[in-house]
Design a binder for this molecule. Structure first.
Ligand code: NFS
Ligand code: SF4
Length: 631
């Protein structure tokens, strides 16, 4: 293990000890109280889809109960449970996107929601076939596009608009395999229906339908979430930031922004710059107002504003345990329901804001798209007025933070690639230099490393180890979500990280002036990775499955990650999972995931918990793809 990680773990341990001293409970206490986790649940062979159950069947064909009361066997039960995780994940990403589109529908010249990227608005409007997209009045066009996007959730006919971005060959595969997603809500509803008691029992059909639902996330909800956020809040650009708990500043009013949807976060960012509120903070004895990000909201805000990231999923409790956070404000997803109680061990106020994620235990200030700033201002005022309630004896912020460069949207990445070419003689503004570097073997390939933290594995260890192994072997990494924050904390998002690379990647980083691990944003921004990969495949005239590119989620925990893995596999990229999903109770279903699906999409799920072994498998995979391409 590297020094940074050891150092990091020491800090984590210190904070857990501090929590114990402060009488505060953490996820580790709760994990211990749960004792051994349920083996049937772990294997995916407990069914409680109907009230005749729960039916726990045996993982073994030789002993124990073979079927539930209705007759469902282990293969059906595992498949249905897996499918419902895909539904949950797809719903979360896509409903997030719907809120962004609603905000765009309410956008206006003088309102808080504005169109900041007119060029991107017109480009996507044209891509979606809106007539006169280049001449229509900006807001009229924004509203028309927003309405069209809302139809992506419920249109009665046709498939997702963004599918057309993919190479022809990929689109044909999706048609052939019947996994081209229709309206997003329809895909979720129809899969919930399929997996209702007494409906589908064929595991193969259930997996195929799970892929299609997940596709409506990756090429639907997530892509809409990313692209429409960019139109409203700006396309992320390369910028410097910092990451880790040390970005919490004991001398300022600290507001921890946690969740996912940039609507709330953007308004908090605006309100935190309000001179009256800053003045108020000074009157309370603070030097100013410090907004720090947590989880994906942190990624959104660091990409667009350079707002510093306090940590990833696993650190949400630790941030509060520092005793220096005045307010933890949240919207949706990945928020421990434990936070309000934890906050009560300190002076921290916990504020939930979304009717979809009302969290009991402290304050609720509803975020309303029609008057978004009033919620944001109330949050900031609450924080400012809470500064005086800090208990100095409980304040202990670890001096630990790393410099980072973030902001690698597709547009910014292409801009960086232009530095590699001769602008006098070569074409600029395309992904061609990236294809050239891969084809020449300077880069062996690329890996998208994404996902959460999970207490089943050592925090951040798998993320960092996998990234380090791959960059050492000249594989460029693009990262999102909590994996991106792991990279940030370990110093992999710095230009100096090139020293950890093989010769080829180091040279490419020097020429393009980029770090070897590129922060592409939040988890909905995995759609940026899909888009980039698609552009490279189109430029080279090959299918996505032919590229020496893989997906990996070394420490994931959420349903969203299960949906992501499923749409990445459907898109043609082998996907390496470091944590076993709840499928081990059915050998047949596992076989479908690791082998069978390859015949449909050209890619499969790979299960490997050891990051060193995963890196070896990935390198073999990448080299095999290169051989087949003849490069
Ligand atoms: Ni992704 Fe973001 Fe983190 Fe996992 Fe949660 S924050 S959407 S789900 S835990 S990476
Ligand atoms: Fe049991 Fe079948 Fe009901 Fe599931 S659907 S709980 S297996 S009876």
């Amino acid at each position: 293990m590297s020094n940074e990680l050891l150092e990091f773990d020491v800090i984590a341990e210190a904070l857990i000890e501090k929590a114990q001293k402060d009488g505060a409970e953490t996820m580790w206490d709760r994990k211990a109280a749960l004792k051994t986790q349920c083996g049937f649940g772990e294997g995916g062979i407990c069914c409680r889809i109907c009230v005749m159950g729960p039916c726990r069947v045996s993982p073994s064909p030789d002993k124990g109960a073979q079927r539930g009361i209705c007759g469902a066997d282990r293969d059906t039960i595992v498949a249905r449970n897996f499918a419902r995780m895909c539904c949950g994940g797809t719903s979360a990403h896509s409903d997030h996107a719907r809120d962004i589109v609603h905000a765009m529908y309410h956008s206006s010249e003088d309102g808080p929601f504005k169109i900041r990227e007119e060029g991107k608005l017109r480009k996507i409007a044209a891509e979606w076939g809106i007539e006169e997209a280049d001449t229509k009045e900006t807001y009229a066009l924004a509203h028309e596009l927003a309405e069209m996007a809302l139809m992506e959730f419920g249109k009665p006919f046709g498939t997702q608009n963004f599918l057309k971005r993919a190479p022809k060959s990929r689109q044909e595969i999706w048609e052939r395999e019947n996994i081209a997603p229709r309206a997003i809500d329809q895909e979720v509803v129809t899969l919930m229906h399929s997996t209702h008691m007494g409906c589908a029992s064929d595991p193969e059909s259930i997996l195929r339908r799970s892929l299609r639902t997940s596709m409506s996330d990756g090429w639907g909800g997530s892509m809409i979430g990313t692209e429409f956020s960019d139109i409203m809040y700006g396309v992320p650009k390369e910028r410097a930031s910092e990451s880790n708990l040390g970005v919490i500043d004991p001398e300022q009013v600290n507001i921890m922004l946690h969740g996912h949807d940039p609507n709330l976060a953007e308004m908090i960012a605006v309100a935190s710059k309000n001179p009256e509120l800053i003045e108020m903070a000074k009157e309370q004895g603070a030097k100013g107002i410090n907004v720090v990000g947590m989880c994906c909201t942190g990624n959104e805000m660091t990409m667009r504003h350079g707002i510093k990231i306090a940590g990833n999923f696993y650190q949400q409790e630790m941030a509060i345990i520092t005793g220096a956070v005045e307010v933890a404000v949240v919207d949706v997803q990945c928020i421990f329901p434990a936070l309000p109680k934890l906050a009560k061990s300190y002076h921290t106020r916990f504020i939930s804001t979304s009717p979809k994620a009302k969290i009991a235990g402290d304050m609720y200030i509803e975020f309303n798209e029609e008057d978004p700033l009033s919620c944001a201002e109330e949050v900031i005022k609450t924080a400012v007025m809470n500064f005086k309630n800090r208990d100095a004896s409980k304040v202990d912020v670890p001096e630990l933070k790393a410099e980072t460069i973030v902001g690698y949207s597709v547009e910014t990445t292409i801009g960086a690639l232009d530095r590699v070419v001769n602008s006098q003689t070569d074409v600029t503004g395309t992904v061609k230099p990236l294809g050239d570097l891969v084809w020449a073997g300077v880069l062996r390939g690329a890996a998208g490393i994404v996902g959460c933290n999970n207490p089943k594995v050592e925090h951040d260890y798998a993320h960092i180890t996998l990234m380090k192994e791959l960059i050492k072997n000249d594989v460029i990494c693009v990262v999102t979500g909590c994996a991106a924050q792991a990279a940030a904390k370990a110093g992999l998002l710095k230009l100096e990280a090139k020293e950890l690379c093989g010769r080829g990647l180091k040279e490419a980083c020097e020429r393009a002036n980029i770090p070897p691990v590129l922060h592409m944003g939040s988890c909905v921004d995995i759609s940026r990775i899909l888009h980039l990969v698609t552009l490279v495949a189109n430029e080279r005239g090959v299918d996505i499955a032919e590229l020496p590119v893989v997906g990996a989620a070394p420490e994931y925990m959420s349903e969203k990650a299960v949906a992501i893995a499923s749409y990445v596999v459907s898109s043609g990229l082998n996907t390496y999972l470091g944590v076993m999903p709840y499928v081990s109770g059915s050998e047949n279903f596992m076989k479908l995931m690791t082998e069978g699906v390859k015949e449909w999409t050209g890619a499969a799920y790979v299960f490997e918990s050891d990051p060193i072994k995963a890196a070896e498998l990935i390198m073999a995979d990448i080299e095999d793809k290169r051989t087949k391409l003849g490069i």
